[in-house]
Design a binder for this molecule. Structure first.
Ligand code: SF4
Length: 250
């Protein structure tokens, strides 16, 4: 399974974000998330138990500044400074301060890069988290299921999770966010079964971009089935016709 030992890692070539410098706000080598997705590249939460020590804003700024200076010196280009790592970045209590410092460092040392955050959208009830996410170029918010039952099958939330609460949180972005959805099939869950309802939600939220993707690496739950790019494109064809910008990654 893929876990990161440093606060700043890469840049790595991302399917969706180009040359991406990763920032991990979770514990090194472990995993901390309030979801336990059946497809998580970091593995099951139970296999990633660790000391819950999270880097603070000073530690993150120091590590990021050093890496950005090193990349500039070596002529390595960075398209995106991307918060992902070993779990859910918005669980770090310093997340709002970290975002402010990251934007300042980006402006000073790497002005062409965008700042992206991959989030499972469970913390949108916290105003400070929403405020911070609204400051970044790409708040990339996950929605894989359209009911609590579906979320239990694919994301296994370890927190309160209600569709209406998540949608209320996403609505605060007034469309200025990227919606990210995993397309897959398991014995119990199939994205094809929820595609109609999911498309209605997209029409309601009007995200400025939609990223749909499927399995790429080893998954903790075995027997999962990925979709081809063609299958995903067919499934979302009505939205494409309606003019939504959809990035599809196989
Ligand atoms: S939300 Fe992300 S980090 Fe958390 S379990 Fe799901 S895929 Fe893994």
């Amino acid at each position: 399974m893929l876990r990161f030992s440093d606060i700043v890692f890469g840049p790595i070539r991302s399917r969706r974000l180009g040359s991406s410098l990763g920032v991990n706000l979770l514990p090194p080598n472990g995993k901390l998330c309030n979801f336990d997705c059946i497809y998580c590249e970091c593995g099951w939460n139970a296999d990633g138990r660790c000391t819950p020590e999270l880097p603070d804003a000073d530690q993150v700024a120091k590590a990021l500044e050093a890496k950005l200076l090193q990349c500039a010196e070596e002529g390595i280009s960075i398209d995106s400074i991307t918060f992902s790592g070993n779990g859910e970045p918005t669980l770090n209590p310093d997340f709002p301060a970290i975002i402010d410092r990251t934007i300042a460092l980006r402006d000073r040392l790497c002005p062409k890069a965008v700042v992206s955050v991959l989030s499972n959208a469970t913390m949108l009830g916290r105003e400070k988290v929403v405020e911070a996410l609204r400051k970044v170029d790409n708040p990339i918010l996950k929605l894989d299921a359209v009911s609590r039952e579906g979320a239990d099958l694919i994301n296994k939330p370890q927190c309160d999770w209600e569709l209406e609460t998540v949608l209320d949180g996403m609505a605060k972005f007034q469309g200025n966010f990227v919606l990210q959805t995993m397309f897959l099939a398991s014995d119990e869950f199939d994205t094809a079964d929820i595609a109609g309802r999911w498309m209605d939600i997209v029409r309601q939220l009007k995200p400025r971009q939609i990223m749909i993707y499927t399995l790429d690496r080893e998954t903790p739950q075995k027997g999962l089935v990925k979709y081809s790019v063609e299958q995903m494109r067919t499934m979302v064809a009505p939205l494409i016709e309606e003019g939504f910008e959809i990035q599809i990654k196989g």
